[in-house]
Write a protein that binds this ligand. Structure first.
Ligand code: NDP
Length: 482
């Protein structure tokens, strides 16, 4: 007699997306051959199968893209009536909604994230960002009262592989709303949704050169940062590269915003609704395979409820379904790249070597592709690498505390300061904790919730500047006296 019900496979069809065999660079409103003459293969990390050949832009390509953006800025775009700019942003949002399924499938194919997440989170939020900033385009004087906002020029935008289309939206929407033009580079491993987005731009009839999308690896990013024709750099990625960019830009007068790594504390007090908190812990660290800068990767549990929390957590972990990202029942998809998988495996090994206790639920992984079983470490000392370094994978480190003061001290004991979570039934405690936690975003009795109207960004080595909300516009305007 069956003792458990198995899920039948429920794969989303990939037929809705047409991936080209090769792509050029989107410059001046059309795809052009890369001057570099170089291309590389982008793959499906869940199957280790090639998907397409994309261009590796070199210095000359970057120069061409920046010139196209400058031409569009000096020409029509910066002088366009703000309400006209808004129309383009509204159009882009509508088209993204209309083509949401296509984008969701492509995002999961190229990045490895579960279709449930790309369908329900990434793509709707990307569209919502364009809607939100479309609304600001003709109201900038209200966003900055008593000042005269004007666009700053050409923005070079470099984004990572964990939320490709969403990060594109976070970058492009406020830049255009404020009247700037853009050269954007998606990450090396996940270029395809940005390349499909070029089709959306054509459909929306955005004037040529306002948005240019170029592909390539870190060398392309470095050329963009160094280009003299760029007025502003917006970067999301690792702290190491963020520091290198800051060094390059020192003394140039170019504007810079950095959204870097994190090692967030998710803090559970003994009066928290435990079942809800366990869902929040799972969502905090296993959402998008833990490839999330604000992931709740350090769990801080009050000592009196430690045993009960860990027992519930392990039970819940045993129900997580790891596998095909295109299956609608999948909770945890593929790791984005071999390189990232190796990094996760090596940090997990360091946790074992340093003496932490590892738990991984029984789990059958597909034979091909890059996978990592959801993992939790208990018996973790604060000095361990798994408690200090950003793993950027489905790995949780558990620490305990007795008092709120101890929780604060441990939570803030990190070079990062991007996000945190607090679980308690007392509103006063939430407010008291939020005031003392050094983190840009603090969730109370929830985790990993995003809204275009809410600013996002960090302190310390998590970067500076805010994206989202009215604050997100600030990076893209020069403010003159009214
Ligand atoms: P990177 O910081 O290397 O990548 C982010 C973006 O920057 C990519 O588009 C990358 O291009 C580009 N880039 C790389 N080198 C340079 C450079 N010298 N100048 C300008 N741009 C550059 O992150 P990784 O992909 O290497 O990931 C490494 C670690 O970074 C992860 O394990 C994670 O800890 C952290 N990370 C944090 C993210 C966050 O959201 N805060 C996002 C991604 C990573 P390319 O992809 O082609 O190398």
């Amino acid at each position: 007699m069956a003792t458990a019900w198995d899920y039948a496979p429920a794969p989303e069809s990939r037929d809705i997306v047409r991936i080209q065999e090769r792509y050029g660079l989107f410059i001046g409103g059309k795809f052009v051959e890369p001057l570099s003459g170089e291309r590389y293969t982008t793959i499906d990390p869940a199957r280790e199968e090639p998907l397409s050949e994309v261009a590796q832009a070199n210095k000359a390509d970057v120069d061409r893209a920046v010139k196209a953006a400058r031409g569009a800025f000096d020409g029509q775009w910066s002088k366009l009536r703000p309400s006209e700019r808004a129309k383009y942003l509204f159009r882009i949002a509508r088209i993204l909604q209309e083509r949401a399924r296509e984008f969701a499938v492509l995002e999961s194919l190229n990045g490895g994230k579960p279709i449930r997440e790309s369908r329900d989170v990434d793509i709707p939020l990307a569209a919502a960002h364009f809607f939100y900033y479309a609304g600001w385009a003709d109201k900038l004087e209200y966003a900055f009262p008593n000042r005269k906002p004007r666009p700053i020029g050409v923005a070079a935008q470099i984004i990572p592989w964990n939320f490709p289309l969403l990060m594109l939206a976070w970058k492009i929407a406020p830049a255009l709303a404020a009247g700037n033009t853009v050269v954007l580079k998606p990450a090396e491993t996940t270029p395809l949704s940005a390349l499909l987005f070029c089709d959306v731009l054509r459909q929306a009839e955005l004037p040529p050169g306002v948005v240019n999308i170029i592909t390539g690896d870190g060398r392309t990013g470095a050329e963009m940062v160094a280009h003299a024709g760029v007025d502003k750099v917006a970067f999301t990625g690792s702290t190491e590269v963020g520091k290198a960019i800051q060094r390059t830009l020192a003394g140039t007068g170019k504007r810079l915003t950095l959204e870097l790594g994190g090692k967030a504390a998710n803090i559970i007090f003994d009066d928290a609704p435990l079942d809800q908190a366990v869902e929040g812990i799972i969502n905090g660290i296993y959402f998008n395979q833990g490839h999330v800068c604000c992931a709740g990767s350090r769990l801080l549990v009050q000592e009196s409820i430690y045993e009960a929390t860990i027992a519930k957590l392990k039970r819940r972990m045993r129900t997580l379904r790891v596998g095909d990202p295109l299956d609608k029942n999948t909770d945890v998809g593929a790791i984005n790249s071999k390189q990232q998988l190796d990094k996760i495996a090596s940090l997990v090994q360091s946790g074992v070597d340093e003496g932490a206790e590892i738990y991984q639920p029984p789990c059958k992984l597909p034979e091909r592709g890059y996978w990592f079983v959801p993992t939790v470490f208990t018996n973790v000392a604060q000095s361990y690498r798994i408690a200090q370094e950003e793993i950027f994978g489905p790995v949780l480190s558990v620490l305990t505390f007795r008092t709120p003061d101890e929780a604060i001290e441990k939570a803030n004991n990190t070079p990062y300061g991007l996000s945190a979570g607090v679980w308690t039934e007392k509103g006063s405690r939430i407010l008291a904790m939020a005031q003392r936690l050094r983190a840009g975003v603090i969730w109370a009795n929830t985790y990993n919730r995003f809204d275009p109207a809410s600013p996002f960004g960090g302190y310390k080595e998590s970067g500076f500047g805010r994206e989202g909300g009215r604050h997100g516009l600030e990076a893209y305007v020069a403010l003159d006296d009214a």
